[in-house]
Every structure is written in structure tokens, then in C-alpha cells.
Design a protein. Structure first.
Length: 255
């Protein structure tokens, strides 16, 4: 595939108007890049995202749709297809907070979290299948809640675990077509989503955890790894879950 660093490059980033998704889009932005940012509600954030991408020389579009439904994912794919013939990258970074205890949480909230955070991956891949070809890469954003039981994170964790499982199967199913699939796992990053979860669960802290290197994890740290996985260098990393957390998961140090 074309590297994010040279030549033409087309990418769709679902959930790309904020947080880690936006950081990835900004990292990929440059002259020759055609970037599509899919978002659900926040028009102001989408407009600001486009300004940042275009300031770096990229051609950028914002697509407002609910990727947590098959119809919404199809609208996104159709909008992309109106502008380009193929996608080098498809990044799924969309999620909703929806915290709660699984045993008592409103089922509509559980379903919404799983649809947007997990099933949307498959909806988007199927809808965009004609845009994905040899050399294309699909990247799914996950987090620590899939392997750590965090308070009231059950719905979001289930969504991310589902997506990670599908990534492995899709990686094998689509390998003969030359399409790559990986999961990028994130440690705690100060994003609007994390702040919403902490606020709603009453787990607000004085700050973000500090990694053993002496600083908190940042969205740009994830974006750098994402750019590599979407480049030629990541070609033979297939069906894997790569965790970027600055070492927080392998230390007993209190932060």
C-alpha cells in the first residue's frame, strides 16, 4: 500500500473528529492525503477537525452518520465512494461512554455501546468492501477494559472485545485479498470520552496516570504507532493487538 509518508493516500477515520481518532487523522494529514472523518453529532468539533487537516495540506471531508447501524455505515461508505475509488486505510475509533453495571444497566445503552464500539467495525468493513483492495489496512481502536475489569466499563469493554475478535477473523479471511487488519489498544489518554466515563462513574482523579517514563500517555503516542501500522512497515503485522500504554500494564508502580 502507499505509505502515509509518500504518494497519494486515502483514509476513512470513524470517530475522527475528536480524541485519538483525530490525533491519527492529523498524523496522516499532508499534501496528497485524502481524509474522511466520520462523526455522529458534534458539528463544531468536525469543522475544527477539518480545519486542522486542511491546514496540513490534506483534502478532507466530514461525514455525519451513525456508524452503529448498517444504514449509517453504508451512508459513510457511499460518501467516500463518491470521492475516491479506493481506501488505503479504514480506522475505527468510534465509541460511546455508556458506563454502568451490566446486571442493572439499561439494555438500550448496552446495545448502543456494542453497536457503535464493536459491530460498527463489521458494518464499515462490509459497506466499504469495494473500496478495500490489496494493500489496504483496517485498524480498530481498543483499550485496557478488555483485559482489566474497570468499574462500570462492561458495555464498552464488551464492544471492544467483540471488535478485537472480529479483527483476528477478518485478518485471516481477507489475507488472500491482501487486506490487513490489526487492533491498536490504548492505555488511559485524556480524551473527552475518558472524561465522560470518569465523570459518570464517579472515578474522577486529580490527573492522568503517569507512565514509568515520567509522563502521561498522550493521543499522539497512539497516532505514531497507528501511522506505522498503516504504512508498508506494518504489512506483516496481521491480526494482532498492539497495546500502547507506556508500560502501565507491566508495572506495579502506583500513579
Amino acid at each position: 500500500m502507499n505509505s502515509p509518508y509518500e504518494g497519494d493516500f486515502s483514509a476513512l477515520i470513524a470517530g475522527g473528529s475528536k480524541g485519538i481518532g483525530l490525533a491519527i487523522a492529523v498524523r496522516l494529514a499532508r499534501p496528497g492525503a485524502r481524509l474522511f472523518v466520520a462523526y455522529h453529532r458534534d458539528d463544531s468539533a468536525a469543522a475544527t477537525a477539518l480545519e486542522r487537516l486542511r491546514a496540513k495540506g490534506a483534502t478532507a471531508w466530514a461525514i455525519k452518520a451513525d456508524v452503529g447501524s448498517e444504514a449509517g455505515a453504508q451512508r459513510v461508505a457511499d460518501a467516500v465512494r463518491n470521492e475516491v475509488a479506493h481506501l488505503d486505510a479504514l480506522v475505527h475509533s468510534a465509541a460511546v461512554a455508556n458506563p454502568g453495571a451490566l446486571i442493572t444497566q439499561n439494555m438500550s445503552e448496552v446495545r448502543q455501546a456494542i453497536e457503535i464500539g464493536g459491530m460498527a467495525l463489521l458494518y464499515l468493513v462490509r459497506a466499504a468492501s469495494r473500496l478495500l483492495e490489496g494493500g489496504s489496512t483496517v485498524l480498530f481502536l481498543s483499550g485496557a477494559s478488555t483485559h482489566l475489569v474497570l468499574p462500570q466499563h462492561g458495555a464498552l469493554a464488551a464492544a471492544k472485545a467483540l471488535g478485537d475478535c472480529m479483527i483476528r477473523y477478518l485478518a485471516i479471511e481477507c489475507a488472500p485479498r491482501g487486506i490487513n487488519f490489526n487492533t491498536l489498544g490504548s492505555g488511559p489518554v485524556d480524551t473527552e470520552l475518558l472524561r465522560a466515563v470518569r465523570s459518570q462513574t464517579g472515578t474522577m482523579t486529580n490527573g492522568m496516570p503517569v507512565t514509568p517514563s515520567g509522563r502521561p500517555l498522550e493521543a499522539d503516542d497512539l497516532a505514531e504507532v497507528a501511522a506505522f501500522l498503516l504504512s508498508k512497515g506494518g504489512t506483516m503485522i496481521r491480526g494482532q493487538s498492539i497495546l500502547v500504554d507506556g508500560g502501565l500494564s507491566v508495572t506495579t508502580r502506583k500513579t
